[in-house]
Write a protein that binds this ligand. Structure first.
Ligand SMILES: CC(C)(COP(=O)(O)OP(=O)(O)OC[C@H]1O[C@@H](n2cnc3c(N)ncnc32)[C@H](O)[C@@H]1OP(=O)(O)O)[C@@H](O)C(=O)NCCC(=O)NCCS
Length: 166
């Protein structure tokens, strides 16, 4: 079967989300996340997110979580940055380049507009050109670079900053 649906995550989804993260982290090249947090930590995070933050999961026909997209406040402390959100997107390999990222984005972007965000930002590893293409396709533009920001297994990478004005 080839269809899936997107819904808001609950803390009961923590194990499935951590599994996706473990898959991506084990690939070593796509994310700055090299050591994944525990299911309990993820569940506490999901329970703690504010009304203005969102975490959406993509679910396949077998009720498995195959990916997710998060939208967090850039800063939970500074009202001066309440208009800025940060986004993250992660899919298991077999569901990549099949429109799931766009499907998640449609939901996240609508939520961001409803919550009066004015811009969204992301950090993407410089070597992750596929994700940069994806975000560029959504309208994000590159706006900065953190040099040698990530070292995984002794391999350095920069992080690109990209932003999108709603
Ligand atoms: C990056 C990611 C979130 C994109 O989601 P997706 O569902 O694969 O993307 P979609 O199918 O919605 O959109 C595909 C389009 O995005 C771009 N794109 C996505 N992945 C790409 C890749 N590896 N190489 C080149 N372009 C890519 C292309 O424009 C592509 O269109 P095309 O297939 O017609 O060429 C997903 O591939 C993923 O989870 N990758 C691994 C983890 C990761 O890199 N996360 C981002 C960390 S910042």
């Amino acid at each position: 079967m080839n269809s899936l649906h997107v819904r808001k995550a609950t803390s009961g989804d923590a194990a499935g989300i951590v599994k996706v993260l473990e898959t991506v982290a084990s690939e070593r090249v796509y994310s700055a996340i090299d050591v994944v947090w525990s299911v309990g930590q993820e569940a506490r995070y999901l329970d703690s997110i504010s009304q203005r933050e969102a975490f959406h999961v993509a679910i396949d026909d077998f009720q498995r979580i195959v990916g997710f997209q998060s939208l967090d406040l850039w800063s939970s402390l500074l009202p001066s940055m309440a208009h800025v959100g940060q986004v993250g997107t992660f899919l298991v390999p077999e569901w990549r380049r099949r429109g799931v990222g766009h499907q998640l984005w449609n939901v996240t972007e609508l939520f961001a507009r409803q919550q009066a965000y004015q811009k969204l930002a992301i950090q993407v590893r410089a070597k992750n050109t596929g994700a940069q293409m994806f975000y560029r396709g959504l309208g994000f533009t590159e706006c900065g670079r953190l040099t040698r920001q990530v070292i995984i297994d002794g391999v350095e990478d920069d992080e690109l900053l990209m932003e999108y004005f709603l």
